[in-house]
Design a protein around this ligand. Structure first.
Ligand SMILES: C[C@@H](c1ccc(Cl)cc1)n1cnc(-c2ccccc2)c1-c1c(C(=O)NCCN2CCN(C3CCCCC3)CC2)[nH]c2cc(Cl)ccc12
Length: 100
């Protein structure tokens, strides 16, 4: 009924469309397609960091992304996963709403 239609519409509403530089990073981590939920974007960025071994093996909350496309996108040499603000800042610049 109407609430279902609304739920379906809202379900679509939380899709985001990464800009090309971010999309390339997500695809390098195995992402398919061009629109994602924010949760999926975070998952693939985490996978990317692991696959590219950008985190410090001893201090595993530290990510050293200088020299990597991720660092280019963040404008950072490194960051701690304990302070997500630079990542959210980057996402604000690199995600557009995919609402129909
Ligand atoms: C809470 C969450 C988070 C999520 C977003 C943010 Cl902006 C900060 C923090 N988080 C906590 N540690 C990590 C992390 C740490 C090192 C290497 C990879 C991921 C993550 C990140 C995830 C993720 O999807 N995390 C799932 C569980 N993680 C636990 C850590 N695990 C690894 C830790 C290093 C050793 C191998 C396992 C992987 C699964 N996605 C991210 C994307 C970015 Cl741009 C940065 C960090 C993460």
């Amino acid at each position: 009924a109407a609430e279902n239609a609304c739920r379906i519409a809202l379900g679509q509403a939380n899709q985001v469309r990464p800009k090309l530089p971010l999309l390339k990073i997500l695809q390098a981590a195995g992402a398919q397609g061009e629109t994602f939920t924010l949760k999926e974007v975070m998952h693939y960025l985490g996978q990317y960091i692991m696959v590219r071994q950008l985190y410090d093996k001893r201090q595993q909350h530290m990510v050293y992304c200088g020299g990597d496309q991720l660092g280019e996108l963040l404008g950072l040499e490194s960051f701690s996963v304990k302070d997500p603000s630079p990542v959210y800042e980057m996402l604000k610049q690199n995600l557009t709403s995919a609402a129909v």
